[in-house]
Design a protein around this ligand. Structure first.
Ligand SMILES: Nc1ncnc2c1ncn2[C@@H]1O[C@H](COP(=O)(O)OP(=O)(O)OP(=O)(O)O)[C@@H](O)[C@H]1O
Length: 336
């Protein structure tokens, strides 16, 4: 069952999205207008549902991570949002417009990168972006500036005249992102944007996306990399075999358990002093403790020190995104 979204995470609201909707799709309330919403969205290939009855809610200002194992339907979802694949059933609304019916009104406001960046290898990065810009809705005037700015933005300003065939994978990925930025989009839709990048490249892309988000761009990205979503996103949607099984602000997912984890060189002495307040011992040696009612971590520390226990650290126990994903998707969810 879907753990539905109740509120949005940290927000820097960008300029307003059209809120007049001919027919708003029903869904859980959120604090900001929705820039992507789907209702009962389903895509079948033969008898197999690649996307299965999905109600998605991406709010303005989100950095929304669409997380799922390989083959769980992420790319199919992204392609439907962009009008590249027709749904078998269900409704899609992006930036207040129906997709695919009104996709021509939506696409000029979206920057997208799906299934890796495509570029002509014999042309320079700048020439590739010139071509892309020429095929877009933007005016001819200002193209040079737009392309230059986009190249600078992704850190390719110094190599803009080199043929793309000489670019590393990371540079190609950044060129793809530069293409997505040309129209100064309200919404970025990125399918596995850090695929194939090394840790340095992943960090660069992440920092750039956070920067763009702070300037007002809503970011929707798909990934099978839990750590990537955890480091970048404000909201997470978890998809398992085509179905959305969780959609929540990341801060709500990683909530505190109310217990604390004690790290000490005097574990046995601590265990004796804690009695029934000690509820678990972790593989890393940490003692999981339930502080006595109202005493909190400071009361616990006082009690332990009084019992002659040395304390290395005493920290609140939190549930990680990984804990939650493992629990709700179960083992083998990424198997065919
Ligand atoms: N054109 C197609 N025809 C038939 N089946 C398809 C087609 N496109 C996707 N599928 C199937 O739909 C399911 C979801 O695929 P999709 O590519 O959307 O998943 P994904 O989560 O993006 O996977 P990955 O992370 O590997 O890219 C898979 O079982 C895939 O084989």
């Amino acid at each position: 069952m879907t753990e539905a979204r109740r509120s949005t995470g940290v927000r820097t609201p960008p300029e307003a999205v059209p809120t007049q909707r001919a027919r708003p799709l029903p869904g859980p309330p959120v604090d900001q207008p929705l820039v992507i919403e789907t209702r009962g969205l389903t895509k079948r290939y033969g008898t197999r549902a690649a996307v299965d009855d999905v109600d998605l809610h991406v709010a303005q200002g989100d950095r929304y991570g669409f997380l799922g194992p390989n083959g769980s339907g992420k790319t199919t979802m992204v392609r439907m949002l962009l009008g590249l694949v027709f749904a078998t059933r269900g409704e899609i609304r992006v930036l207040g417009h129906e997709v695919p019916k009104e996709v021509h009104r939506v696409l000029p406001r979206i920057g997208a990168m799906v299934e890796g960046p495509a570029a002509y290898g014999h042309l320079s990065g700048r020439a590739n972006l010139d071509l892309l810009d020429a095929s877009g809705p933007g005016p001819r005037t200002g193209r040079r500036r737009r392309v230059g700015e986009a190249m600078e933005r992704v850190g390719l300003g110094g190599v803009d005249r080199r043929p793309v065939r000489t670019y590393s994978l990371g540079m190609r990925q950044r060129l793809g992102l530069a293409g997505a930025l040309l129209s100064r989009p309200d919404l970025l839709v990125l399918d596995e944007p850090t695929n194939g990048l090394d840790p340095h490249g992943i960090r660069e892309i992440r920092e750039l996306l956070i920067e763009l988000n702070h300037e007002g761009t809503t970011v929707f990205l798909s990934s099978h990399l839990l750590a990537e979503i955890e480091a970048l996103c404000t909201t997470v949607g978890v998809v398992d075999r085509g179905a959305l099984v969780l959609e929540k602000p990341l801060d709500d997912v990683r909530r505190s358990t109310g217990r604390v984890v004690l790290s000490t060189p005097d574990a046995d002495r601590a265990a004796a002093a804690l009695g029934s307040a000690l509820v678990d011992r972790r593989p890393d040696g940490g003692l999981v403790v339930v502080p006595a009612n109202g005493s909190g971590a400071s009361g616990l520390a006082q009690h332990l020190v009084g019992a002659g226990v040395r304390i290395d650290s005493l920290e609140p126990e939190t549930i990680s995104l990984e804990d939650v994903v493992v629990r709700i998707t179960g083992p083998g969810s990424d198997r065919a």
